[in-house]
Design a protein around this ligand. Structure first.
Ligand SMILES: Cc1cc2nc3c(=O)[nH]c(=O)nc-3n(C[C@H](O)[C@H](O)[C@H](O)COP(=O)(O)OP(=O)(O)OC[C@H]3O[C@@H](n4cnc5c(N)ncnc54)[C@H](O)[C@@H]3O)c2cc1C
Length: 427
């Protein structure tokens, strides 16, 4: 098996398995890079959904956050069409069991609520305009040989120099890739989304604020309410969330305040299940294959911005393919480009662990109280929830400030108190 750095040649084909933001972004970047290098390559995207029909969706709340506009403009030459934007998000409010805190901070750009299928349809159209071929068929198998790759679908097949795995966390597709390569899917959290239509007056009064909830409830890691054009999108996430966990969340006192009175006891009719990756996939690239976006697990841990990471990793993969080739050695350049994401993974994991600990020791109310009066900790919470700064930077800024020491000490006290109460209860 050749491990050379041999850039892709005139007339070669690259096959993209999945046409979400990662796959479409990668296709556009491949065509752009090829043009820059004066090469003519064929790019084929296999996508089972027809986004423009708005009948099938990729699971999402539909918030586009900074720096997505810059990523699209600078790398792909795209501008978001004005008619795609439903709302500009004005801010975030964080809620614990008994407290609420408006998070103040500088996001460094605008966040927009959009209809996700409209965004995916836009990206797909731009990929086609850039010269990519779109095959609306389900991929059924992949074969990777020394010399090339064969991608099978329910319709036509595609022989290519390499395959880009952009299939998200789709179970069947993951298995197809796992059978064909040493790739192993990333760990993930399950999510459930529902929609509530509270009426125009209620939405107006609520304003364009995202409400994030960190509540001490079994099975729930976090929840959020996001106002869209005519409804509220509500999501919960956890290792084992279900429609029942969603119902408990909706019935909890902190959430009831954000539901219109006539909807408070109503059972939502529709639930949608999805997954968030919480770590990188194993062997996420190799000879003649690379994975991007959710399939690679290369997204900001805990707080998503998954669309941003999918586009970025798609762009990095395209640059590597065009400049270094499709060998395992070539894709070492891809993973180097992803270092802003990979370096942040351990910090994201620690933050998630600390949040879970704070929830089990019912410490979250106290943390919100501290943040109200301490600007350093307020910034820490704002940046964690908005996802504006890398976790590494948030940690460094918070841990080196006096508040970091104070909180560590209070956390330890709380832990000791909790242990003592548990022992007393048991005896
Ligand atoms: C509940 C929830 C809410 C979220 N909210 C946000 C948000 O507000 N903002 C944000 O930035 N991110 C959000 N995310 C994350 C975001 O949706 C993902 O990170 C992003 O979609 C990843 O893009 P992708 O291209 O890697 O994969 P996907 O968007 O999952 O695209 C994969 C594509 O592959 C196609 N595919 C899969 N298998 C096959 C097959 N066998 N044949 C053909 N096609 C196939 C699928 O149809 C799909 O179109 C959310 C995620 C969840 C679960």
């Amino acid at each position: 098996m050749s491990d050379d750095l041999k850039p892709i040649q005139n007339g070669d084909t690259i096959c993209i398995f999945g046409g979400g933001p990662g796959g479409s972004g990668c296709a556009i970047a491949l065509k752009k890079e090829a043009e820059k290098l004066g090469k003519n390559i064929r790019v084929v995207i296999f996508e089972q959904k027809k986004f423009e029909e708005h009948r099938q969706y990729n699971q999402c709340i539909g918030v586009l956050s900074p720096p997505l506009e810059d990523i699209l403009r600078e790398n792909l030459g795209l501008e978001l069409p004005a008619d795609m934007i439903q709302k500009e998000i004005a801010g975030y409010c964080l809620h614990s069991d008994n407290r609420s805190l408006d998070l103040n901070g500088e996001e460094g750009g605008k966040s927009y609520a959009v209809k996700r299928s409209k965004f995916d349809a836009f990206m797909m159209l731009k990929a086609e305009e850039a010269g990519a071929e779109v095959v609306h068929n389900k991929v059924t198998a992949v074969e990777i040989a020394d010399e090339d790759v064969l991608v099978y679908s329910e319709g036509e097949n595609c022989r290519a120099a390499a395959v880009v795995g952009a299939f998200g966390l789709d179970d069947g597709s993951t298995r197809i890739f796992e059978q064909a390569t040493p790739y192993r899917q990333p760990d993930f959290l399950n999510t459930v989304i529902t929609k509530i239509y509270p009426g125009e007056d209620f939405l107006q009064e609520m304003g364009p604020t995202i409400h994030a909830f960190l509540l001490s409830r079994n099975g729930l890691e976090f929840g959020a309410i996001t106002p869209k054009d005519d409804h509220l999108s509500i999501n919960v996430a956890g290792g084992n969330v279900s429609s029942q966990v969603m119902l408990d969340f909706l019935r909890s006192a902190p959430v009831q305040r954000f539901l219109p009175e006539h909807k408070r006891r109503e059972k939502p009719l529709n639930y949608f299940r999805g997954k968030f990756p919480i770590g990188p996939a194993k062997n996420l690239f190799g000879h003649r294959y690379v994975t991007i976006g959710d399939a690679a697990g290369l997204i900001r841990p805990y707080k998503g911005k998954g669309i941003n990471s999918a586009c970025l990793t798609g762009i990095y993969a395209a640059k590597t393919i065009m400049n270094y080739g499709v060998s395992k050695k070539a894709f070492e350049f891809f993973i180097k480009d992803c270092k802003e994401l990979t370096q942040d993974l351990p910090y994201g994991r620690v933050l998630r662990w600390m949040t879970k600990l704070s929830l089990s020791f019912e410490f979250m109310d106290h943390l919100l109280k501290i943040a109200k009066d301490d600007s350093v900790f307020m910034n820490c919470l704002f940046n964690s929830v908005s996802g504006h700064k890398p976790y590494k930077q948030i940690f460094l800024e918070t841990a080196t400030a006096p508040i970091g020491f104070k909180m560590a000490a209070e956390g330890i006290n709380r832990f000791i108190l909790h242990k003592r109460l548990t022992v007393e209860n048991e005896t």
